[in-house]
Design a protein around this ligand. Structure first.
Ligand SMILES: [Zn+2]
Length: 321
């Protein structure tokens, strides 16, 4: 698979803080924000609690007879774990094979989760890996959400207060299983069915480049109120301190993600203008030097556009110097 589009939410968020969001898009951004907050939180909790050798991949789309999105897929080396994040409030019920929320019928999220699990199991058996177990959990992140079910669906329904215990159970399950799967092979096998998000973010015309709010913003709270130190910048709103070199790479990634469709957007001039660092031009570009892959054209050099946020590409950038 080639280039992956950025997540709609990441794109909307950057657009929002760069003043490029139309009033219509603004509404979808605020709706997306609530769901995404729960997903990010779940991802962080998992990352902190699971063994380092497990591989986590969020927003994983696969094509196997139909298209499925897995919120988080985890390759443990002994089994595959599919994690679905739900942000319901109120009561979620699974009764007689149907789903209800506060007594009203809703989409059958359990059967969707079963479809995703079946798809992964089928991929494994097509590739002679049918000995690898697949587990699927649905995590209800809202503290106030109550969950009831009258039968086993093969999907583990986990309320927020039980999340830590559930993760520990998965780790224990892992420890009791024999160690004989090649995790990399497993991951690569399933990756062959991975597809790009079928709903790419709306493309921003490059002519709007000049209207984007310029400058470096905080990596955490997106505030533009940053205090300049010798090697770092300090956010005046949340206190977050980031190395300048890091912030420069991140801001370059942000420009690339906003115009993810345009392979030639990352010219030195555009990057420096966008980051508001015209006076520090040389220092800025030095941070990219040798780390960020470049291409050259008859119009000069430009940096490779990964089209993704910094977090998703930092491991692809060369280490130091
Ligand atoms: Zn901040």
């Amino acid at each position: 698979m080639n280039k992956i589009n950025p997540k709609l939410f990441d794109h909307l968020k950057e657009k929002y803080y760069r003043n490029l969001l139309s009033p219509n898009d603004e509404k979808s951004y605020f709706i997306a924000e609530k769901g995404d907050r729960a997903e990010i939180e779940l991802f962080k909790i998992l990352k902190n609690k699971i063994p380092k050798s497990w591989i986590l991949k969020p927003n994983y789309w696969i094509q196997y007879s139909r298209t499925n999105e897995i919120d988080i897929i985890i390759f443990t080396g002994k089994f595959v774990w599919l994690v679905e994040c739900k942000n319901y409030s109120g009561v979620f019920e699974y009764m007689d094979g149907n789903c209800y929320r506060n007594k009203k019928p809703i989409n059958n999220e359990i059967s969707f989760a079963q479809n995703r699990k079946n798809a992964i199991e089928n991929i494994l058996s097509d590739n002679k890996l049918n000995g690898v177990p697949v587990y699927s959990s649905m995590i209800f992140m809202d503290n106030e959400c109550d969950v009831k079910n009258d039968r086993d669906s093969g999907i583990e329904l986990v309320m927020r207060y039980r999340l830590s215990r559930h993760i520990n159970e998965m780790v224990q399950r892992y420890q009791t299983l024999p160690d004989y799967f090649d995790n990399l092979h497993l991951e690569q096998t399933i990756d062959r069915y991975r597809i790009n998000h079928p709903f790419p973010p709306k493309i921003i015309p490059v002519t709007l480049f000049k209207e984007a709010k310029t400058g470096i913003h905080c990596a955490i709270c997106y505030s533009y109120l940053l205090k300049n130190h010798y090697k770092t910048i300090e956010c005046q709103d949340c206190g977050y301190i980031e190395y300048k070199t890091e912030a420069r790479l991140r801001t370059t990634a942000e420009l690339g993600m906003l115009f993810y469709h345009d392979d030639k957007i990352l010219t030195p001039k555009n990057i420096v203008t966008f980051s508001g660092q015209v006076k520090e031009k040389d220092a800025f570009l030095k941070s990219l030097y040798r780390k960020w892959p470049t291409h050259s054209s008859h119009r000069g050099v430009y940096y490779h556009n990964f089209g993704l946020p910094y977090e998703a590409i930092r491991h692809k950038l060369k280490k130091s110097k």
